[in-house]
Design a binder for this molecule. Structure first.
Ligand SMILES: *Cc1c(COP(=O)(O)O)cnc(C)c1O
Length: 412
C-alpha cells in the first residue's frame, strides 16, 4: 500500500529532486499539466527582461548580429539536439508544430516521387491528421490511416507504394509510447521516409534520432521542454537528406544568401533551408533560457524518474481510485508508457474541474479521459500521492456535482 511516507522515501533517493528549484511554481499547487504547458523556468523572467531592455531597447537592429539573434534558430536547435540524440546542424527552431508538420510532410513526400501513399495514425493529434490530408492533397497522395500495431502488416503488403510514414512517438491522449526504432526500420525496409512527431517525447524521455536513422522529426517546445506559451517548434532533418530536402515553405531566411535579396529561391545548404521567415525572437530567447534546466541532466535519469513517478501513480490509483469507477487507460508496462498516465471516468470533466479548484492541475481529453503528466524535473512522488488522494477525496465528497463544475469550459 503506497503511503506518503513511501513517496517521501522515493523522493529522498531521487537524484533530480533539487531540479525543482529551477522552476517557479506557485505554492500549494501540484502541476500535472506540464505535458500541455510546461512550468515557468526560473531563468526566463530575467532573460526576457534583459532581451527586451538591453538587446531590443539598446542594441536595436544591431542585436541581430551583436546578440546573435540571427543564429538563435540553429543554436537552440543544437541544444535541443542533445536531448534528442541529434548531432549538431540538423535542427532548426521556429514556427509552430503545425507549420513544421506541413513543411515536414510535403518535404518528405517530395523525397519519394512516384509513390502514392501517406500512412498515418487514425488517432494522431488533430493538427497532424488535418495537415496530412492537406499535404497529401497538394502532393497527389492518398492518406491511409493505419494504427501503429498494424503498420508492419500494411507495409509488407503495400510498402512499395508508401512515400511517407508519419506517427507520434507518444499518443497524446493515452500516453502510450510506440517503438519508434521498430516502425522506422519497417518504413525504411519498404523504402519509405518517416516523419516522427515528438511533442510528447522531447524532454520527457531519451530519443535517438541519429542512431535510429530517423529521416525527419518535428515537435513542440512548450510541453516537457517548458519553453513557454507558444514557444517555437523544432524540425529535425537528417544530414543525409540535406542536399535533397525541399521544404514547400521557401521563405527568405531559408535562402542560400538571404541578404543578397535575390529574385529566385535557392535553398541554403544544410539545415538552414528549413528556416522560413523572421523568427519569434523573444520566444526563442525564453526557450533558450528554459533549456538551462536541462543542463547537466541525462535523459536516462529523466526517464528513470518519470517511470518511477508513473509506477507510483498507478500503484496509488490501484489503491484509491479503481474501486471508485476509474479505469487505467495507459498501459501498465513501463516500456509502453511516455510521461503521463491517463484515467477514464464518465464524469471526467467535472472531476477535473473540481480537482483544479483544489489546486491539483491536470487536464481532460474527449470523450472521458483525465490526463496527468509529470515532468521529472519538477514533480515529486509526494505530489503524485497527494494528487491521487485529493482526487479520491473529490469523488467521495461528491463536490464535482456542484453546478459550478458542470458547465462546459473552452479549455480544461
Ligand atoms: C501539442 C501537439 C501539437 C501542437 O501543435 P501546435 O502547432 O503547437 O498547436 C501537435 N501535434 C502533437 C502530436 C501534439 O501533441
Amino acid at each position: 500500500m503506497p503511503t506518503m511516507r513511501d513517496a517521501k522515501n522515493l523522493d529522498m533517493a531521487d537524484p533530480l529532486y533539487s531540479r525543482r528549484e529551477k522552476f517557479l511554481l506557485p505554492d500549494g499547487t501540484i502541476y500535472l499539466d506540464g505535458n500541455s504547458l510546461g512550468a515557468l523556468s526560473s531563468r526566463v523572467p530575467a532573460t526576457l527582461e534583459k532581451a527586451v531592455r538591453d538587446q531590443w531597447g539598446n542594441h536595436l537592429i544591431a542585436a541581430w548580429t551583436e546578440d546573435d539573434w540571427w543564429g538563435a534558430p540553429l543554436r537552440i536547435g543544437d541544444r535541443i539536439g542533445r536531448l534528442l540524440g541529434a548531432a549538431p546542424g540538423q535542427i532548426t527552431v521556429g514556427e509552430s508544430t503545425s507549420v513544421q508538420t506541413f513543411n515536414a510532410l510535403v518535404g518528405a513526400a517530395r523525397l519519394r516521387p512516384g509513390r502514392t501513399l501517406l500512412v498515418t495514425d487514425p488517432d494522431h493529434f488533430p493538427t497532424n491528421r488535418y495537415l496530412a490530408q492537406s499535404a497529401a492533397g497538394l502532393c497527389g497522395l492518398d492518406v491511409i490511416a493505419v494504427p501503429v500495431p498494424d503498420v508492419h502488416d500494411f507495409l509488407r503488403e503495400h510498402g512499395e507504394r508508401v512515400a511517407v510514414v508519419s506517427y507520434g512517438a507518444v499518443d497524446f491522449r493515452t500516453g502510450r509510447l510506440w517503438d519508434a526504432a521498430d516502425v522506422t526500420a519497417a518504413a525504411h525496409a519498404a523504402g519509405a521516409v518517416v516523419v516522427w512527431d515528438l511533442c510528447h517525447a522531447a524532454g520527457a524521455l531519451p530519443v535517438e534520432l541519429d542512431e535510429q536513422g530517423v529521416d525527419i522529426a518535428v515537435g513542440c517546445t512548450y510541453k516537457y521542454l517548458s519553453g513557454g506559451p507558444g514557444s517555437p517548434a523544432f524540425i529535425y532533418v537528417a544530414r543525409t537528406h540535406h542536399g535533397t530536402f525541399e521544404p514547400p515553405l521557401t521563405g527568405w531566411h531559408g535562402h542560400a544568401r538571404p541578404f543578397l535579396m535575390e529574385r529566385d529561391f535557392e535553398p541554403a545548404p544544410g539545415i538552414s533551408r528549413t528556416r522560413i521567415g523572421t523568427p519569434h525572437v523573444l520566444s526563442l530567447l525564453a526557450l533558450e533560457a528554459a533549456l538551462e534546466a536541462f543542463d547537466g541532466v541525462e535523459m536516462a535519469d529523466v526517464r528513470a524518474k518519470s517511470l518511477s513517478l508513473g509506477d507510483f501513480f498507478i500503484e496509488c490509483v490501484d489503491q484509491h481510485l479503481v474501486s471508485l469507477g476509474f479505469d487505467l487507460v495507459t498501459p501498465r508496462e513501463p516500456g509502453l508508457r511516455g510521461s503521463q498516465v491517463t484515467l477514464a471516468h464518465p464524469e471526467a470533466h467535472a472531476l477535473m474541474r473540481a480537482l483544479i479548484a483544489r489546486r491539483v492541475i491536470g487536464d481532460v481529453r474527449p470523450p472521458n479521459m483525465l490526463r496527468f503528466g509529470y515532468n521529472a524535473l519538477y514533480i515529486s512522488h509526494a505530489d503524485v500521492h497527494q494528487a491521487v488522494t485529493t482526487l479520491r477525496d473529490v469523488v467521495l465528497s461528491g463536490e464535482h456535482h456542484d453546478s459550478r463544475f458542470q458547465t462546459p469550459t473552452l479549455i480544461t
